[in-house]
Design a protein around this ligand. Structure first.
Ligand SMILES: Nc1ncnc2c1ncn2[C@@H]1O[C@H](COP(=O)(O)OP(=O)(O)OP(=O)(O)O)[C@@H](O)[C@H]1O
Ligand SMILES: [Mg+2]
Length: 491
């Protein structure tokens, strides 16, 4: 049974509220002021609190803050006289779900309580079915797809052990987030998470970066330096881009991993450390092993527990949740209130192959934010690269079942349809590339140049260009998108 607490100094009101809700199968308790209300919330388990604004000892607003601090999932509805409406509005900013104006009508009360609890139920189920790893740097690690939910399950298990983990996946798939999730979800979370980007450090400095050095150990070593292994003691050391470590350094690394100790450069004292190793790479280590570029023994030491992150194109179910997340993020960053993506824009995101994975998606959304002026992100605000991909011929075209240009051919009719304004120029001179006897390629090159010439002639004005070059406007826009041509460049 769902439990409700009514907090009000008016005994009659408490009674009538309690009666109405009990009749609708809620278990109701009462408190006569804010302080008693907060104490009861702390002691018991409530799903919803009805809170008066004006009360002795502790006001409703103060009580609201205490209740939300204790358990943010408790729904709070404010009960208020009309004269205190401003306080009620203030309260909704502090996390109250809504407010009811006194005198309170039983049916309004029951309706609002039902609705609030249903909403909470939905949100709870949603968070269960869309796991999010909250990372301490404020990043949410989103995963809506079956593939990512499985990976979240793996992260959850692996975060509790100390064994090395090797994270693999294409660039931008979230390898670094996995490494952080492993650390911050496990028992080492209060110690350091230290990253070494193995590809970014020059060969001459990498050993010192890993293991540290004594003062004067080599030219330029003018003070003692602690290495990252030691710095990460008790925590996690993330070896990013592990495939880029030189063979010489691989040997030293392997030894440190096996023995859990090492000797800083120029020192005669061994240092023992307790670090968990997480490594990541987007390179094909098996191939590198075959070519003798990566040590097999180091590979096996790191690859005890592998995590393979699928590319975004194989988990398109994540695109919507990720887009929503990035839109929220950039709304805050750019102080905008973009509500979401227009359906056609979402369609383009779904069709794209995302070679740069989530990093590319994040960049695309940010790009759209910078240029979008409406309340939604539209196709027009997406980068040309995306629009070009989207206009790739569908299956029917690829199989030759459909003439992609029916529309254009029908509309264009005769070859002399290009009507140039007086003084306009048509820069159509180009040699067909018969070195590549490819109809499709040559036709596309012709179209591209034709469109550019027409746009130049009509100063980038779409309606004029469509009219005079005798192309249906829809086709013109689609073609411009396909070839990544921006009409604005010609006005
Ligand atoms: N599931 C996700 N939820 C939210 N943000 C994500 C997710 N996956 C990746 N990102 C974001 O995408 C960007 C790229 O992720 P990350 O740096 O972890 O990728 P990577 O696999 O390490 O790439 P690289 O191989 O290029 O280093 C980051 O800004 C990251 O915050
Ligand atoms: Mg990375």
């Amino acid at each position: 049974m769902l439990r409700v607490l009514v907090v009000d100094d008016d005994a009659d009101l408490r009674l009538s509220v309690a009666t109405a809700l009990s009749e609708n199968h809620y278990a109701v308790d009462q408190a006569k002021d804010g302080e008693e209300g907060v104490n009861r919330v702390r002691a018991g388990r409530y799903d919803l609190v009805l809170l008066d604004v004006n009360m002795p000892r502790m006001t409703g607003l103060e009580a609201l803050k205490e209740i939300k601090a204790h358990d943010p999932s408790i729904i709070v509805i404010i009960l208020t006289a009309f004269s205190n409406i401003r306080d009620a509005v203030e309260a909704t900013k502090e996390g109250a779900y809504n407010y009811l104006e006194k005198p309170i009508k039983a049916e309004n009360l029951v309706y609002l309580v039902d609705k609030a609890l249903r909403a909470r139920h939905m949100i709870r189920n949603m968070t269960l079915s869309a796991p999010v790893f909250k990372l301490p740097n404020g990043t949410d690690f989103i995963g809506q797809s079956t593939e990512m939910k499985r990976i979240f399950g793996v992260i959850d298990k692996l975060s509790r052990v100390d064994t090395a983990v090797l994270i693999r996946g294409e660039s931008g798939t979230g390898k670094e987030l996995v490494a952080q999730a492993l650390h911050f979800n496990g028992p080492r979370k209060d110690n350091r998470f230290v990253t070494i980007n193995c590809s970014a450090i020059p060969e001459t400095l990498i050993e010192s970066e890993f293991f540290g050095h004594e003062k004067g150990a080599f030219t330029g070593a003018d003070s003692r330096k602690i290495g990252k292994f030691q710095y990460a003691d008790g925590g996690t050391l993330f070896l990013d881009e592990i495939g880029d470590v030189s063979p010489a350094m691989q040997v030293k690394l392997l030894r440190a991993l096996q023995e859990k100790k090492f000797t800083p450069i120029g020192s005669n004292r061994e240092v023992e450390v307790n670090v968990r190793i997480v490594a990541a790479t987007n390179r094909n280590l098996e191939e590198m092993i075959r070519k003798g570029e990566f040590r097999e023994d180091l590979f096996y030491r790191l690859n005890v527990l592998p995590i393979q992150l699928p590319p975004l194109r194989e988990r398109k179910n994540d695109i919507e949740a990720l887009s929503r997340y990035f839109i929220d993020k950039f709304n805050q960053q750019y102080s905008k209130t973009i509500s979401g993506l227009a359906p056609a824009a979402m369609e383009l995101l779904q069709q794209h192959s995302w070679p740069g994975n989530i990093r590319e998606l994040e960049n695309v959304i940010e790009h759209a934010f910078v240029i979008e002026n409406s309340a939604q992100l539209t196709v027009a605000s997406l980068p040309d690269s995306l629009a070009g991909h989207a206009a790739r011929p569908g299956l029917a075209t690829r199989l030759g079942l459909e003439d992609e240009d029916e529309e254009l051919d029908a509309a264009a009719g005769a070859e002399d349809a290009i009507a140039l304004p007086v003084g306009g120029t048509a820069d159509l001179g180009f040699t067909l590339d018969f070195g590549r006897l490819d109809f499709q390629a040559n036709k596309e090159e012709f179209e591209r140049r034709f469109l550019i010439s027409a746009l130049k002639a009509f100063k980038g004005r779409i309606n004029q260009t469509a009219l005079h070059a005798n192309i249906p406007k829809k086709t013109l826009l689609r073609k411009l998108q396909k070839y990544g041509i921006s009409a604005r460049d010609y006005n």
